[in-house]
Design a protein. Structure first.
Length: 435
């Protein structure tokens, strides 16, 4: 976790103190269940809670023990025994380390997902607000980076809103998929511990029992979780790249908010750079970088190995912290985005009316011209305009072959900008509902 790109709410989920607190809760809830089943004395389970419920675990002491034991869970249990006393011998009965580690990881991932879902709500709110603000703001649609036909800036934002709505749905599903608990013992057979203990711990920790585990919770669940984060990151980058393009000097249809006192360049005082969007592009790459190790972690030897462990110690905090920061930054960027409708109109007009070429093509075919002939007629009048040698509307009106099919008034009709926006309301209802 890099402090520069870390919000404290997400960072706290991954702090050692939080992790040890979750470990304790798993062990203590398991002790409660064991006590109810008569496996351990009830007073022992009660003592565990009384002595350690409000304890601040000594991270340095646990690290010290681990340097000797070379085992993090044993180090924690040793420290817990120092706090609880003799009754600590009843803790971890029939359990294996992965019961604690995997259940804890899934608690952390679900908590992280909850923060990310709240972040997505911020992004969606910003996109919806700006989409309705610019619902009918004309701008040029581009394909292959080249002017195509008119759209509205609101439609661009509505497209992003729909995309992040899908992102939220995927994350909800990924959260559900990873929210499982395993307290099933050394190779998942429950030989040393009753399945009812797992059910109790799962309910207490806000999880559901893993239907079948080995010594670990199946990592396809985690692969889907981190893949979902990677897809969300790609959506962040897609809109960031769009903003970077729109802020180019030659385009300047929109740009990032530039605050009082902000500096764009150490050398050139005039610069206003899309630094937030570029930052989001880089952060998105880092989130996606963890998708491949998450997929590779699915492949473990037999009932368990720990090849996944080192990767997860990094990817869990880093991917969630980075995406959390990126989503909050994106929400602020959209909310404060400076939009320039006049420049959008200027760019729309830049090709001298060529953006209406398809309408002219269709009008000619509807008046009797073959599609091939209509295409030739339109293209031969479009290419001089492309070279800067005339106005498309006027060239069409001067073309005798075009005039065989269309009157001047009918040609003028094809240059109505509003024609392109007649279904904007329909699209908005599809995306936003009736609001």
């Amino acid at each position: 976790m890099i402090p520069r790109y870390t919000r404290p709410e997400m960072a706290s989920i991954w702090e050692p103190q939080t992790r040890f607190k979750i470990w304790f809760e798993i062990e203590a809830h398991a002790a409660d269940a064991l006590a109810e089943l008569g496996t351990i004395p009830k007073h022992a389970a009660k003592t565990v809670w009384e002595k350690a419920r409000n304890a601040t675990f000594d991270v340095a002491r646990i690290d010290e023990i681990e340097r000797e034991t070379k085992h993090d869970v044993i180090a924690f249990l040793t420290h817990l025994a120092e706090i609880v006393g003799p009754e600590a011998r009843f803790v971890h009965q029939g359990m294996t380390s992965s019961d604690v580690l995997d259940t804890c990881l899934n608690v952390q991932l679900t908590r992280a997902a909850d923060l990310l879902l709240a972040d997505l709500d911020k992004v969606l709110a910003a996109l919806k607000k700006r989409a309705f603000e610019h619902k009918m703001t004309p701008t040029i649609g581009r394909s292959h980076g080249i002017h195509a036909e008119p759209v509205t800036f609101g439609l661009k934002l509505a497209y992003a809103y729909a995309e992040f709505t899908r992102a939220k749905e995927r994350l909800i599903a990924a959260r559900k998929e990873v929210a499982t608990c395993a307290i099933s013992g050394a190779v998942g057979t429950f030989a040393q511990i009753d399945p009812r203990v797992e059910e109790h711990v799962a309910k207490a920790m806000g999880l559901v029992p893993e239907p079948i585990s080995t010594q670990v919770i199946p990592r396809d669940r985690h692969a889907m979780y981190f893949s979902t984060l990677g897809v969300i990151a790609s959506s962040v980058e897609r809109i960031a790249v769009e903003i970077r393009h729109m802020q180019r000097t030659e385009v300047l249809e929109a740009e990032e908010f530039f605050s009082e006192g902000q500096k764009g360049s150490s050398a050139m005082p005039h610069k206003r750079n899309p630094v937030l969007s570029e930052n989001l592009t880089g952060l998105s790459r880092m989130v996606r970088a963890y998708v491949t190790p998450a997929l590779e972690n699915v492949v473990l030897w037999h009932e368990r190995d720990i090849s996944h462990s080192s990767a997860e110690r990094m990817m869990g905090p880093d991917a969630t912290v980075t995406l959390d920061f990126a989503l909050v930054r994106l929400a602020g960027l959209i909310d404060k985005l400076l939009v320039y409708p006049a420049n959008m109109q200027k760019n729309l007009d830049r090709l001298g009316g060529l953006v209406h070429s398809q309408r002219v093509l269709l009008a000619l075919t509807q008046k009797g011209a073959s599609r091939e002939d209509a295409y030739k007629l339109v293209q031969r009048n479009a290419m001089p305009v492309w070279r800067g040698e005339g106005d498309f509307l006027q060239l069409l009106k001067k073309d005798a072959e075009v005039k065989k099919y269309l009157t001047d008034a009918e040609i003028d009709e094809q240059f109505d900008l509003g024609y392109h926006f007649k279904h904007v309301d329909t699209i908005f209802k599809r995306v936003f509902g009736e609001s």
